[in-house]
Design a protein around this ligand. Sequence first.
Ligand SMILES: [Zn+2]
Length: 316
Amino acid sequence: MKKRSTVLGIDIGGTNTVYGFVNNETEVCFSEQIPTHGSLPISDLLDRLQSGVAKFFDQNPHLELDGIGIGAPNGNYYTGMIQNPPNLSWGNVNIISEMNKRFGCKVKITNDANAAALGEKHYGIAKNMNDFIVITLGTGLGSGIFSSGRLLYGHDGFAGEMGHMPIKYGGRLCNCGNRGCLESYVSASGIRNTIREFLNQDPKNEFLIDVYGEKIDGGMLDDAFDSGNQIARKIYEYTGEKLGQGLAQAATLLSPEAFIFYGGFSNAGDRILKFAKESMNQNLINDHSERIRLLPSGLPQGKAGILGAASLILFD
Ligand SMILES: [Zn+2]
């Protein structure tokens, strides 16, 4: 029996890791989510991945592994390393050689936002675009940039860190050690900073106390916004305004046709993007404004990372 080849796509996140197999270059035929356990050595995650993969091939003897693509925080396409990933205690890991030892096939890696951008280009909303920027909104803010049809890696493989572009000099202290980074305003942790600042100005406000105390989650904040809650509106308006300033800077430099939003709180969608678009247009030079689209991801939640990582091999 001739075996059909399949590619393993792995999306390593700060909390969870998802992996899946991509066949016929179009679909994920199996996927599973496992906890990353970032406080343990990476061998713990790789052991669990390896046994999951072995089980899959036991159940699918007609398939064989053709290669592995990985998207990971601070994953470097050039060096094959995961370099001091935030929120994970791994330090520097040569993931390519670790995976080679275990699986004995071709392995490629890039960072998680680049994987999302590759997913959009090959399988999602950006199929017909050559110039676009994917922004991943989660605990932090990541970005993957396509320019003239190619993913931008830069000289050292770390191009496109939009989350750490300063939008306010001397502003909030960011996890990277600098001040005023876009991520410290526009991300789950950035929104939490905003809520804390609003609460400092209005310490008795019960809604803010509940939001800050996490009695109200992101979905409930969306509902409050929809029912006309003025504070929820202020939180999203402020976040959108800051996001728009960052988009304008990136657009001035790169002239994309669209920004595509993927991940966690991008579910807030138009509630934030409406303000972001206004702010972006105000901060752009005339010729650019009104031309650049802000779009939600075209891929099912959770699958973009697997597809994008797999495309490192499938579209090599
Ligand atoms: Zn930063």
